[in-house]
Ligand binder design. Structure first.
Ligand SMILES: NC(=O)c1ccc[n+]([C@@H]2O[C@H](COP(=O)([O-])OP(=O)(O)OC[C@H]3O[C@@H](n4cnc5c(N)ncnc54)[C@H](OP(=O)(O)O)[C@@H]3O)[C@@H](O)[C@H]2O)c1
Length: 232
């Protein structure tokens, strides 16, 4: 898709991967609506922040209405990036943490996506990019809940692309390995480090996936650090 002057919604824009995606999209001339709980310090004229906890459908509806009021309904791009993980043995995981991960990582995607599909159908063009994880491809000890959410993202994405391809809408999914972001801040015993991928590199792959020819559809992208433990 030609990106210049298109309107994009990106969720989870305060930091990490979402913030890098926003910066690159702005550099491509995209008009970006950032939906998130916390506002980043981005002052670009084409950046518009809308307060939104994606786990709360009423807030998603409010952000959607406010975005349409300010930028119009013709939104062609949605990047479902907001997400987090709680680690630990399943037997000690609280139900609140378990449900909260599904509320944001899975139900949040439902709340945002269903609202943006109609305009993409009307335009006969759209691209929804879901941020999963390599935790959406295989199991990880002590991450059963998070892994469950990201496997759900994969199944939802693949089903949706079959549902929407004839309407000119692409659904792509990216499965990154470890990225140097704030994701690890609340995970005991795990810290971001320099051998993890840089968020700007993953963001660049996201933007390249969005920029493809209308009849070229990247279904899945798996990306990993080449040397996750450094040079041996
Ligand atoms: N880092 C990794 O190793 C890694 C690997 C694979 C996939 N991922 C995925 O990449 C995505 C981005 O994570 P990140 O690594 O960039 O982590 P991050 O630095 O912690 O950023 C996460 C972003 O999501 C936002 N967010 C979380 N819950 C939200 C909610 N309910 N509503 C709105 N915004 C919410 C956060 O906003 P607040 O300021 O409100 O907290 C923040 O802006 C996530 O889906 C994550 O699962 C990360």
């Amino acid at each position: 898709m030609e990106l210049r002057n298109k309107v994009a919604v990106v969720t989870g824009v305060s930091k990490g991967l979402g913030l890098e995606i926003v910066k690159l999209l702005l550099g491509k001339g995209v008009i970006v609506a950032g939906w998130g709980r916390n506002q980043p310090s981005v002052t670009h004229p084409n950046f518009h922040f809308f307060s939104c906890d994606v786990a709360d459908e009423a807030q998603v509806e409010q952000a959607y209405q406010a975005t349409v009021a300010r930028l119009g309904a013709d939104i062609r791009i949605l990047v479902n990036n907001a997400g987090f993980g709680v680690a630990g043995p399943l037997e000690t995981m609280s139900s609140a943490d378990w449900k909260s991960m599904f509320d944001t990582n899975v139900h949040g995607i439902f709340y945002t996506t269903k609202r943006l599909i109609p305009a993409m159908k009307a335009a006969d063009e759209g691209h929804i990019l879901n941020v999963a994880s390599i935790a959406g491809l295989n199991g990880v000890a002590n991450f059963a809940g998070y892994v469950g959410t990201k496997h759900a993202v994969r199944g939802i994405s693949h089903s949706l692309y079959m549902e929407l391809r004839d309407f000119g809408i692409k659904i792509s999914t990216i499965y990154p390995g470890s990225i140097q972001t704030h994701f690890f801040d609340d995970i005991p015993g795990m810290d971001a480090h320099n051998h993890m991928m840089r968020a700007e590199d993953v963001a660049q792959t996201v933007v390249q996936t969005l920029e493809t020819h209308p009849n070229y559809f990247v279904v899945d992208v798996e990306c990993r650090p080449l040397r996750p433990k450094g040079k041996k």
